[in-house]
Design a protein around this ligand. Structure first.
Ligand SMILES: Cc1cc2nc3c(=O)[nH]c(=O)nc-3n(C[C@H](O)[C@H](O)[C@H](O)COP(=O)(O)OP(=O)(O)OC[C@H]3O[C@@H](n4cnc5c(N)ncnc54)[C@H](O)[C@@H]3O)c2cc1C
Length: 325
């Protein structure tokens, strides 16, 4: 049984030893997941990745079934390689699909951050990952041991809903909520998970209740960065009473682009040390912002700007939760 990243071509013997000792200590358990799909959305910039976990895993002669009940909006922990450091890193990736329809199949979308310290985010965009996928290679994904010690459970980052994560509200709650999701680039991942889960449950529609309502605003630079665009258009067509999709292109757009153009949240410049924020374009999509539970995923600058805009305009949504990377 092998434990390391297979076919990655570096550091394998040390990794096997290290991973094995970690498993035995039962503190942090990792299981190899096969990189089955790699879809390049923009070369060198954005890739959609699928990792598939086995349905059981053997440790010290015992076979443990792997359970996947991951909550939509949560992230899993994997061990990719850092292109800059050459070391295995521990990194979180928000799952973009749902455990209810794709058990043990982990989809995510990863971008090159272009940060000074960028490491694993560069590696994911390399030819090395393509070679890994062609060979049926694996990446380790963290597990937990069930309380009775008989099963491995996919580790997820958030055990409860907090203002700083996007774990979906408990079943029975979200069905009665009205959401405004604001996604910046790969920040679409938690919203895809929410929507795919809600779709599987028909948005919680019953004879008595119309179910949840979700407006998703997605902001990307150019058309090729639109992720799962056709699927989202189709979802809006199929569930017009539950879902609205509003993609925004900030730098390039086709002449006949019918949705948002330019930034959805704009700076008015700085006065007395405080940046003025114009939420006009966002309010154009959701004029009754106060009737929404606002959810946001993106970088810190965008989150701060959005919060400042809400504060300056005196807009008080029903709730505000965000996750920043
Ligand atoms: C909950 C959560 C969900 C996320 N979901 C996604 C997702 O769906 N998609 C996505 O693309 N990203 C996601 N991320 C971000 C992702 O986990 C990574 O942080 C991101 O891809 C950047 O990784 P990186 O290794 O390139 O850089 P960083 O995470 O910025 O790491 C750089 C690392 O390099 C090391 N380092 C820095 N300077 C030095 C130095 N001088 N010498 C040696 N080492 C140094 C440090 O250990 C540092 O941690 C998520 C993050 C979180 C927290």
């Amino acid at each position: 049984m092998c434990y390391g990243i297979q076919g990655a071509g570096r550091g394998a013997p040390e990794l096997v030893k290290e991973a094995h000792s970690v498993k035995m200590s039962a503190r942090e358990l990792f299981v190899p997941a096969v990189v089955t799909t790699l879809r390049t959305i923009d070369p060198g910039e954005i890739r959609a990745v699928t990792l598939v976990l086995p349905d059981e895993y053997e440790m010290a002669g015992t076979r443990y079934p792997i359970r996947d009940e991951m909550r939509p909006g949560n992230a899993f922990l994997a061990r990719p390689i850092g292109a800059r450091t050459g070391k295995f890193r521990r990194r979180m990736y928000t799952r973009s699909n749902s455990a209810v329809t794709s058990e043990r199949i982990l989809e995510t979308i990863i971008n090159h951050t272009h940060e000074e310290r960028a490491d694993s985010s560069i590696w994911w965009q390399t030819e090395e990952v393509e070679a890994l996928q062609r060979k049926g290679g694996t990446i380790e994904v963290r597990m937990g041991l069930s309380q009775d010690g008989t099963q491995l459970i996919l580790y997820e980052n958030s055990a409860r809903c907090e203002d700083t994560n996007l774990r979906l509200e408990p079943d029975g709650e979200w069905q009665r909520m009205r959401f405004l999701g604001i996604a910046f680039s790969t920040g679409i991942t938690p919203f895809l998970a929410h929507l795919r889960y809600m779709k599987a449950l028909e948005f919680g529609r019953t004879r008595e209740h119309p179910g949840s309502y979700y407006t998703l605003v997605v902001s990307v630079r150019k058309p090729r960065h639109l992720m799962e665009h056709d699927e989202l258009l189709e979802l809006a067509r199929k569930f017009p009473e539950n879902f609205r999709y509003y993609p925004v292109l900030t730098r390039e757009w086709p002449a006949d682009w019918p949705y948002g153009k330019g930034r959805i949240i704009r700076s008015r410049g700085t006065t007395n040390g405080e940046e003025g924020v114009d939420l006009g374009p966002l309010l154009g999509v959701a004029p009754d912002l106060q009737n929404y539970h606002v959810r946001m995923c993106g970088n810190k600058t965008a989150r701060n700007q959005l919060q400042r805009g809400l504060q300056q305009g005196g807009y008080r949504p029903l709730s505000f939760r965000s996750e920043i990377w």
